[in-house]
Design a protein around this ligand. Structure first.
Ligand code: AP5
Ligand code: MG
Length: 190
């Protein structure tokens, strides 16, 4: 089982590179952001809770997010592995993921950190906001997302270093070069 955590700030390219990783390695993909946007579009109770938080650049509470992730993982059943995109985002989520995988006799294979400078993140997300209209891609909300990332999510880099899973990737530049670096990092661990 290949379990990849794709990690990085908002706009670092997690979703973009996940598509390529899925294609190459035949993995199932969980993007917690996509799951939440699906719930918002469907108008569920969870969607209503999530919308208020997402529009304000804040995280969904850990307990709720962990429950959602566990249900997704169970629904996959037998598979080659999973790419986790946008999860974990807090240390509590990383601990829960490790426990969930360990209880299935598995672990995270690699945590891939896409490192991109803040100015570039802002440029990418503002551009996507204009093109696709994602509700949280406006300057005010992007700034809040970046603060939440720095305070609550970036500490996971050290957590995964301590767990021996962290792989650093320069996420700035050509998509093919970034993907080649990711493949080299994954292949060195399987
Ligand atoms: P989520 O949907 O995960 O959003 P995010 O982390 O803010 O990241 P994005 O999806 O915006 O960016 P990305 O890294 O996927 O980059 P992409 O490939 O799209 O989460 C949204 C919200 O949901 C959170 O704020 C939170 O409220 C909630 N949430 C989600 N998960 C949660 C959790 N676990 N716990 C609690 N709350 C949670 O690329 C971005 C743009 O850049 C695209 O337009 C792309 O075409 C472009 N691009 C990509 N690569 C390059 C490149 N190399 N050069 C130039 N442009 C590029
Ligand atoms: Mg994404």
């Amino acid at each position: 089982m290949l379990n990849i955590v794709i990690f990085g700030a908002p706009g670092s390219g997690k979703g973009t590179q996940s598509e390529r990783i899925v294609e190459k390695y035949g993995l199932n993909h969980i993007s917690t952001g996509e799951v939440l946007r699906g719930e918002i579009a469907a108008g569920t109770e969870l969607g209503k809770t999530a919308k208020a938080l997402i529009d304000n650049g804040q995280l969904i509470p850990d307990a709720l997010m962990i429950e959602i992730l566990a249900a997704k993982l169970d629904a996959f059943g037998e598979c080659k592995g999973v790419i986790f995109d946008g999860f974990p985002r807090t240390i509590a989520q990383a601990e829960a993921l490790k426990q969930m995988l360990n209880s299935r006799g598995q672990d995270v294979t690699a945590m891939i950190e896409l490192d991109v400078p803040e100015a570039e993140l802002m440029t990418r997300l503002l551009k996507r906001g204009e093109e696709s209209g994602r509700a949280d891609d406006n300057e005010e909300t992007i700034k809040k997302r970046l603060v939440v990332y720095a305070e609550q999510t970036a500490p996971l880099k050290d957590w995964y270093k301590n767990d021996g899973k962290h792989c650093y990737i320069n996420g700035l530049g050509d998509l093919d070069r970034i993907f080649a670096d990711i493949v080299a990092a994954i292949d060195s661990r399987i």
